[in-house]
Design a protein around this ligand. Sequence first.
Ligand code: SF4
Length: 338
Amino acid sequence: MKISEKIYDFVVFDRGIKIIIASLLRSPLLLKNPVYNFYYDRLLRIKMEKFKDKPFRVMIENTNFCNADCVFCPHRIMKRKIGIMEMKLFKKIIDQCKVIGIDYVTIYGFGEPFLDKYFFERLKYAKKAGIFRITTNTNGMYLTKEKVSKLLNIGIDEVFISFDATSEEVYKQIRPGLDFKTVENNILYLVNEKKRRRMLKPEISLSFVEFDKNRQETGKYIKKWGKIVDHISFSYIHNWTGAVESGGKLRVGRRDPCRLLWTDMVISWNGGIPLCCNDYENKIILGNIKNSSIKKIWGGEKLRQLRDFHKKKDFNRIAICKNCEYNYHQKSPWWVAK
Ligand code: SF4
């Protein structure tokens, strides 16, 4: 691993460092510093240019079915139709990714990916196509021995598991519908099986969504899992474009043009391309992959116009961006755009 990647991982995955950096990034002293702003604006221009023709990552929502009812997730109020992506459509997307040179694909959207019976078939297809980095996110309930074995046999680069408590009581309060012990055992089985097979991949990362209900468990959690998994990614609860009450702690400092509009393309199970991964209801559709292409939609007029609003910091022009907490400088700075 390169030294720059080690520094990146240290900053992104160490909770203490992340807190220090976030407080620095919302400090008026820094935000008003002309030298800092000069370099930051320059970075923005370089990155916007770099990603204008193709996204850094394509996130493919294989399904938006979910078995959980997490308290900070708007899945419980989502009105859009629930379904599973057709295999034909998935193949079309992967083929396009390959042709235009997209190295990073996530098979996951606004649901639990393992509820899709074609999940492993998709993984196999993407691997065979030679996609450089394939990841998924799961709540861990279905990581059974059989599925772990398939996952390791086919190969995946990184698995993110949402797991954010050290006690059953807290877990039950925040992720009703899931079972603490089952998920914990599944994670341990995955870790041990990977070790037993002496595999370097997948990287196993835990995602901890931090808020008032589980904050007191973070110390114990790091102690417990820090040496077992490859990474722990801490993030704060956010308001999902205004649909969920988050307490507003993220709404401090400056808002930037949202980097997701340049780096990440989301493709919903029905082929629709929503504005971003936080547009869980698919309110803004940039196009549909069934009758268009990644390249056309990414370079299309609709996205160009929306990016322009962001460049001018005219966030109110886009209904779902208006109250979003994602693009505050301390939450999602462009420094992390690779
Ligand atoms: S500001 Fe929020 S809603 Fe708008 S593109 Fe960014 S993440 Fe999506």
